[in-house]
Design a protein around this ligand. Structure first.
Ligand code: PGA
Length: 251
């Protein structure tokens, strides 16, 4: 089994002070754990402090978003050139940005392209709403988001894809591992079609949406699930450490 990836999306939930405390706590408790890849995504203002706390640890850091232009008059935006000075990972196309900030497939595609230009590894997030699931459109929606988001990405070597059903995010109602596997098997097939079987097979797929220490192993155990993207349960050091510890047991 490949080393599972556990990614922590801290969203807009920590001040710099809280982010530092969280980073310090998880570093000291996860330092010695092997057989797991850990990524944390603090809010922008906290990245530098978290970076210094986690320096020389096995925990890597990423940004929760970035703009696609190199630089220019885009008040409030952060460019890939700025992100890459700090970290090598970025979450792109999260459903909260798509829904609350009207981020379009086209913007996500440009951001994925920019990440590739700067050798930043993107986690492309895709997933259907509850209505889309109920009307049997999940596969159609995730296929559209996947192909649109990777429209300008020729080489998928650094790409990761997170399947995050919107109805499962922050609700405490996760998809069942079997249901997630079915959709992620479909994502895998789309990636193989897009990039060829060999490259498509290697792209890590993460499940996100109400992952806890109780369900993490059952997700990672599925054939097409290589890791998880965690929101709520990742900002509590105890629950995050428990999740990572459970996942590391599977290797
Ligand atoms: P959640 O969020 O774990 O709180 O459901 C997941 C995510 O939004 O990435």
């Amino acid at each position: 089994m490949p080393v599972p990836i556990i990614a922590a999306n801290w969203k807009m939930t920590t001040t710099i002070k809280e982010a530092k405390a969280l980073a310090g706590s998880i570093r000291s408790r996860l330092e010695k754990l092997k057989g797991i890849q850990i990524l944390v995504f603090p809010p922008f203002p906290a990245i530098e402090s978290v970076l210094s706390i986690l320096s020389k640890s096995r925990i890597a850091i990423g940004a929760q978003n970035m703009y696609f232009s190199d630089r220019g008059p885009y008040t409030g935006e952060v460019s890939p050139e700025m992100v890459v000075e700090l970290c090598k990972y970025v979450i792109l196309g999260h459903s909260e940005r798509r829904l609350l900030l009207n981020e379009s497939d086209q913007e996500v595609a440009l951001k994925i392209q920019a990440a590739s230009k700067y050798k930043i590894k993107p986690i492309l997030c895709i997933g259907e709403t509850f209505q889309q699931k109920e009307s049997d459109q999940a596969k159609q929606v995730i296929e559209r988001q996947l192909y649109a988001g990777t429209e300008y990405l020729e080489n998928p070597t650094d790409l990761m894809v997170a399947y995050e059903p919107i109805w499962a995010i922050g609700t405490g109602v996760a998809a069942t591992p079997e249901e997630a596997q079915l959709n992620m098997e479909y994502i895998r097939a789309c990636l193989e079609k897009r990039y060829g079987a060999e490259s498509g097979r290697k792209i890590p797929l993460l499940y996100g949406g109400s992952v806890t220490k109780e369900n993490v192993s059952r997700f990672i155990y599925q054939k097409d699930i290589d890791g998880t993207l965690i929101g709520q349960a990742s900002v509590n050091p105890d629950s995050f450490v428990n999740i990572v510890t459970q996942a590391a047991k599977l290797v």
